[in-house]
Ligand binder design. Structure first.
Ligand code: ZN
Length: 489
C-alpha cells in the first residue's frame, strides 16, 4: 500500500538573553558546573521567580516575523514531572494562552510548488539542567547551570511531507531567527534543537496514523537521517501487518537509527496548572508596534527590492539563500559611489567570483577579509573599464583571500586597462606588422585568424587591452595594411 508521510516539528530555540528567564544568573555556555545558579533556578523553597522582559520581547518578535498573532495576555503554567535535573519538580511553560498563536513559513514542497507550513503556536518556557553520566565510576552528576535558561518552543502543524521539506523548513527558520537576533542558534551548544513527530497513513486518507516522536535532534543532517530511518521502520511494520506504537524515540547518530525511550505521554499526564508565583504576562499594543518596526524586511519585500534594482530572478534568490550574502551586497551598495547600475555589477561579481570563493573556503561573505567596501571599489574599477573582465578574474582569488585593496593593487602593478586609443592602435599595427602571413590569411577571408591576433595584442599589452576594442583596432590596422599604405609601429 502506498503511504503518505506526515511530519510536525517542535523546535526549541534558546533566546538571546544574558540572563535566565526567572533570575539574573548568566546563561553563558561552558562555565564550571553549578556556578551559574541561585535559589530561584535551583528551586529552593520560598524563592520567587521574576520574568526577564527581554525574553518576552524576543519571543514576541519571533512571532511577528512568522506572521503569528501576539497575545496581549499569556500565562505561565507548571508542567509537572520528575527528573533529577529539574529541581522544581516542574517546568515553567505556557499551556494556554501561549505568547503567540498561528503564523507560518513558506518552503518549496517536493513537487516544486510553494508550500506554507503553518504554525500552531509559540510558547515560552525554561530549560532543564543537565545530567552528566560518569560511566567509569558508575555515577550520574547533575549540572544546573542550564536550568532556567529561556527558550521558545515553536510548534508546527503536521504540514511537512518528507525529510527534505523538514530540513528546508528548519534551515529557513534557523536563518530567520538568527537574523532577527532572537537566538544565537549555535546548534552544537543546543541553542536550536528539534523534536520530530512522524506518522504514516494510507495515501490520501484523512485519518492520521499513530506517531513516533524523535527527541532532541541538534543538527540538520541528523533530522534528515532520523526521518528517513523512521519512515523505513514504520513502513516495514505496516507492511508486515503490525501496529506502530505511540512512543518517544531517541536517534542514535552513530548507528543512524531510532530506538524507543518510553511510551509517549499526553498533555494531561503533566497536570498543567497556572504557576501561582507568576502573574499573567501582558504585552501592550504599543510594544508590539515598536517590535514590528524593528523587524528586518521579510523575504518577499527583499525579493521585490532586489528586482527593482535590476537584478535577475536567480540573482535575487542567490543573494537571499546564501547566508550573509544579502547583508554583504547591501553594505557594498552603500559603499558604492557610482550610479545605480552598480547593483548589477556588484551582484555579478559576487555571483561569478566571490560567492564561489567563499563556498570553497567555507566562510560566510561577512567574515571574508575582502570587505564590502573593497567589493565596492572592485566593482567601480570594473564598471569604469579600468579593469577588464579577464584581469578581474585573474586577480579575484588573491584579492579575496588576502583582503587586498583593488585600487592600490591596480596602481602598484600598473594594471589599468589602456584607454589611450592611440597607444592601442600603435600596438595593433605592431602586431599586424609582426605577423605578415596571418595578416595575409585574414585578408584572404580567414576571419577566424583574428582571435589569434587579438591574443598577440593582449600579450603585447600585458593584458591591459579590452579584447573587443582590441579586435576592432586590429581589423582597422589590417585594412590599412591591405591597401599597402600602412606603416607598422
Ligand atoms: Zn538563578
Amino acid at each position: 500500500m502506498e503511504m503518505d508521510t506526515v511530519i510536525g516539528l517542535e523546535i526549541h530555540a534558546q533566546l538571546n538573553t544574558r540572563t535566565k528567564l526567572f533570575c539574573s544568573c548568566p546563561t553563558e555556555f561552558g562555565a564550571e558546573p553549578n556556578t551559574n545558579i541561585c535559589e530561584v533556578c535551583t528551586g529552593q523553597p520560598g524563592a520567587l521567580p521574576r520574568m526577564n522582559g527581554l525574553a518576552l520581547e524576543l519571543a514576541a518578535k519571533a512571532g511577528l516575523a512568522l506572521g503569528s498573532k501576539v497575545n496581549e495576555r499569556s500565562l505561565f503554567s507548571r508542567k509537572n514531572y520528575f527528573y533529577p535535573d529539574l529541581p522544581n519538580g516542574f517546568q515553567t511553560s505556557q499551556l494556554d494562552p501561549p505568547v503567540c498563536e498561528g503564523g507560518g513559513l513558506e518552503i518549496t514542497s517536493d513537487d516544486g510548488t510553494p508550500k506554507r507550513v503553518r504554525l500552531n503556536r509559540i510558547h515560552m518556557e525554561d530549560d532543564a539542567g543537565k545530567c552528566v553520566h560518569d560511566e567509569l565510576r558508575g555515577i550520574t552528576k547533575v549540572d544546573l547551570n542550564r536550568a532556567g535558561t529561556p527558550l521558545i518552543e515553536i510548534v508546527t502543524e503536521p504540514d511537512i511531507s518528507s525529510a527534505r521539506e523538514a530540513v528546508e523548513f528548519l534551515k529557513k527558520l534557523h536563518g530567520l531567527l538568527v537574523r532577527l537576533g532572537v537566538t544565537k542558534g549555535r546548534m552544537e551548544e543546543g541553542e536550536f534543537r528539534c523534536d520530530v513527530n512522524i506518522s504514516l497513513k494510507p495515501k490520501g486518507s484523512p485519518v492520521l496514523g499513530v506517531r513516533g516522536e524523535i527527541k532532541n535532534l541538534n543538527s540538520f543532517r541528523f533530522v534528515g537521517q532520523a526521518i528517513e530511518y523512521e519512515i523505513g521502520r514504520q513502513t516495514e511494520i505496516y507492511a508486515a501487518g503490525g501496529r506502530v506504537l505511540q512512543e518517544t524515540l531517541h536517534f542514535d547518530s552513530q548507528k543512524g537509527e531510532t530506538r524507543s525511550l518510553r511510551s509517549k505521554e499526553e498533555a494531561h499526564d503533566y497536570r498543567y496548572f497556572p504557576q501561582p508565583d507568576l502573574p499573567p504576562v501582558y504585552i501592550s499594543p504599543d510594544l508590539v508596534e515598536r517590535l514590528r518596526t524593528e523587524l528586518p524586511e521579510g523575504p518577499e519585500e527583499a525579493f521585490g527590492r532586489l528586482l527593482a534594482l535590476g537584478l535577475k530572478d536567480v540573482q535575487a534568490r542567490l543573494l537571499m539563500d546564501r547566508r550573509g550574502a544579502l547583508e554583504y551586497f547591501d553594505s557594498a551598495r552603500d559603499a558604492w559611489k557610482g550610479p545605480v547600475a552598480g547593483a548589477a555589477r556588484i551582484c555579478s561579481l559576487m555571483e561569478e567570483l566571490f560567492l564561489p570563493h567563499c563556498q570553497k573556503e567555507g566562510t560566510s561573505p561577512l567574515e571574508s577579509p575582502f570587505t564590502p567596501d573593497l567589493m565596492a571599489k572592485l566593482a567601480g574599477l570594473a564598471e569604469d573599464g579600468t579593469l577588464g573582465r579577464r584581469k578581474v578574474q585573474e586577480l579575484a582569488e588573491q584579492l579575496f583571500a588576502e583582503g587586498l585593496d583593488p585600487e592600490k593593487v591596480v596602481k602598484e602593478r600598473g594594471l589599468a586597462q589602456i584607454s589611450d586609443e592611440s597607444e592601442l592602435a600603435r600596438l595593433a599595427a605592431e602586431v599586424v606588422a609582426a605577423h605578415p602571413q596571418e595578416a595575409a590569411k585574414f585578408r584572404a577571408g580567414q576571419e577566424k585568424i583574428l582571435s589569434f591576433m587579438v591574443g598577440k595584442l593582449m600579450k603585447l599589452s600585458a593584458g591591459r587591452a579590452e579584447p573587443r576594442r582590441a579586435g576592432e583596432l586590429l581589423k582597422a590596422a589590417l585594412a590599412v595594411g591591405g591597401t599597402g599604405s600602412g606603416t607598422a609601429g
